[in-house]
Ligand binder design. Sequence first.
Ligand code: NAD
Length: 270
Amino acid sequence: MTHPTSSPVIRHAAGPMVGARFPSLQGRRVFVTGGGSGIGAAMVEAFAAQGALVAFVDVAAESSAALAQRILANTQRAPWWRACDVRDVAALQQAIADAAAELGDFHVLVNNVASDDRHTLESVTPEYWDNRMAINERPAFFAIQAVVPGMKRLGQGSVVNLGSTGWQSKASEYPCYAIAKSSVNGLTRGLAQSLGAHRIRINTVSPGWVMTERQVQKWLTPAGEADIARNQCLPDKLQPDDIAQMVLFLAADDGRMCTAQEFKVDAGWV
Ligand SMILES: NC(=O)c1ccc[n+]([C@@H]2O[C@H](COP(=O)([O-])OP(=O)(O)OC[C@H]3O[C@@H](n4cnc5c(N)ncnc54)[C@H](O)[C@@H]3O)[C@@H](O)[C@H]2O)c1
């Protein structure tokens, strides 16, 4: 890992991130699910800034198009993207195949898509359950299934699955999301051995409470602010880019001996 300045990789409360440079990411092909906004968009931008060739899918066409424009302006290269609802497994796998046909086999897959809509035990129907799993659990498995043949051809790969610390701290306002997110650790552990034989690494990155636009608009109440102050060891609020920096490391050769693990970026939430 090299660094453009001698200062540590740190973003102070009022300044932009001074991130590390990962030379091995230059020219790497990266696919991100749910990359059109939130943490996914931060990762798409961070990979593009490293010189990676990025592709993403998202159901939100407007924010995706705006992101692609921004990246084009900043890097002179537009990312590949497609409006795609990941609940449709065939459409997701087709998008991966089409992007790979254009860019080449993917070195990196980031399984990011999710939706943390609130619900209660009493309100959940079998249809709602299936819908939550179709967004929060199923796409990761089938995206891995779609990229692994290409990673085997490349002789390497890195899969990063976005988990969560929410279920681990017993957050109770979204039981179906909690169940799906807890399964991410099983997905990582359950595939690490067989993928490892092909030098394909697979890890979970579990964010704490990250201040995406959606989180701030929908859930950051004064009580939430108090929760952060009480539960985090660090006083600053987590930003999407804090998660992206960890994902870059795991995607790059710098993380070449890391697999089967969960890495938490949660400011030390108790
Ligand atoms: N933000 C947090 O505090 C937090 C905390 C813990 C874990 N996470 C995890 O980090 C990841 C990103 O979270 P986020 O907060 O950026 O989420 P988000 O809801 O802000 O963004 C998710 C993205 O997925 C897209 N999406 C939603 N449903 C889709 C569908 N059916 N098909 C295609 N795209 C769809 C959305 O349009 C959005 O761009 C998720 O896996 C989430 O579980 C986030």
